[in-house]
Ligand binder design. Structure first.
Ligand code: KG4
Ligand code: ZN
Length: 345
């Protein structure tokens, strides 16, 4: 029986290259979930082009939010709160979602809640209403395009940051290595696909364990891939995307991916044991990676929660899921809050 207050929260997300809005009931049941991806716009540049991202958000935000509300058969006035990503993310992109949320909150006389995007990735694992709620303490791994963070959650909305990446985020490493191998943007899915025909043990790439810390580092791995590529194509420039005839792309991709997966899984399981977590949460774009999901399921003694694929990458349902918790906790933000592009957890 649900003894908690029932809520319907409108979530809005524009921190990077997805314009998204969703209506979520009780922080767990998705009523509508609309995501307009800008991948096609940015693919040409091999990464997110901030100016173009903000412009694209402006063009579609109104329609995306309207669709989320109409698909949920609910008016803005009838939601309990509007939860919007306040940070971290691209400043110009965050502002678009924030302004939309403020306007709606003001016009509809509904509370505004500014939400941390990293926190929201963790809460994407709650959006599976058929499963029992995760039990605390939880060990969370956030692996996205901009972040790699290990956090301990002893309760809702409380975070102890254990460590994070010292250089590239896991997703960033996928994106950069994909570019180096001449694969399409976003790099994660492209590497996963290329790796399907490769041997993960073909090349012995380094694993940066950084013993004694809960931190990560992927720059040495990236350099090792570059070195292998240069051996075969000495004239290659880092970061220049081009077709790569003659490169063992599948083996390079599979070996790189295996190195990332080993470290992410190894350190997360060690931290879960050390801090006596009852369950593990893995979230963020890279949690869509199939070998990573399989490795967690195979090697963890604890239950591992990974969001459904469509909720791994950026979406607004996860923003609304946190909104539910924060609304119940009494958060109400003023209509003049600013975005926080460098907000940490
Ligand atoms: O969480 P997200 O959508 O955006 C940020 O908050 O950054 O994560 C995007 C990142 C990109 O770096 C992308 O390459 C990576 O997630 N990604 C993947 C996969 N799908 C997306 N990485 C590895 N394997 C995948 N299947
Ligand atoms: Zn994200």
């Amino acid at each position: 029986m649900n003894v908690e207050q029932e809520t319907r929260i409108l979530g809005i997300e524009t921190s990077c290259d997805e314009t998204a809005a969703a209506v979520v009931e009780d922080g767990r049941r998705i009523i509508s979930n609309v995501v307009a991806s800008q991948v096609n716009i940015h693919a040409e540049y091999g990464g997110v082009f901030p100016e173009l991202a903000s412009r694209a958000h402006v063009e579609v935000i109104y329609q995306v939010v309207s669709s989320a509300l109409s698909q949920a058969h609910i008016a803005a006035e009838a939601v309990d709160a509007i939860a919007v990503t306040r940070g971290p993310g691209l400043a110009g992109s965050l502002v678009v979602g924030m302004n939309m949320a403020k306007g709606l909150a003001f016009g509809s006389k509904v509370p505004l809640l500014g939400i941390n995007h990293l926190e929201a990735h963790l809460y994407s694992t709650w959006l599976v209403p058929d499963e029992p709620e995760p039990s605390f303490p939880l060990l969370g791994l956030i692996v996205s395009g901009g972040h790699t963070e290990l956090v301990l959650m002893n309760d809702h909305l409380t975070y102890q940051r254990l460590g994070g990446t010292l250089d590239d985020a896991a997703g960033e490493a996928f994106d950069k290595v994909a570019r180096l191998l001449g694969l399409a943007y976003p790099g994660g899915p492209a590497i996963q696909q290329a790796a399907e025909n490769g041997d993960p043990e073909a090349l012995k790439f380094p694993r940066a364990w950084l013993e004694g810390t809960w931190d990560f580092s992927f720059s040495g791995l990236k350099t090792a891939v570059l070195r292998e590529v240069r051996k075969r194509q000495p004239d290659i420039e880092a970061g220049v995307e081009a077709p790569r005839p003659g490169l063992p792309i599948a083996d390079l991709a599979a070996s790189f991916q295996a190195a990332v997966v080993d470290v992410l899984v190894g350190k997360t399981l060690a931290a879960a044991e050390e801090f006596q977590a009852r369950e593990i949460l893995v979230a963020g774009g890279v949690s869509a990676n199939r070998p990573l999901r399989q490795a967690f399921q195979l090697s963890s003694k604890l239950p591992v929660r990974v969001p459904p694929l469509n909720l791994c990458t950026d979406n607004a349902a996860m923003i609304a899921a946190v909104g539910h918790r924060r609304f119940l906790a009494g958060q109400r933000d003023a209509l003049d809050i600013d975005v926080l592009p460098n907000w940490s957890l």
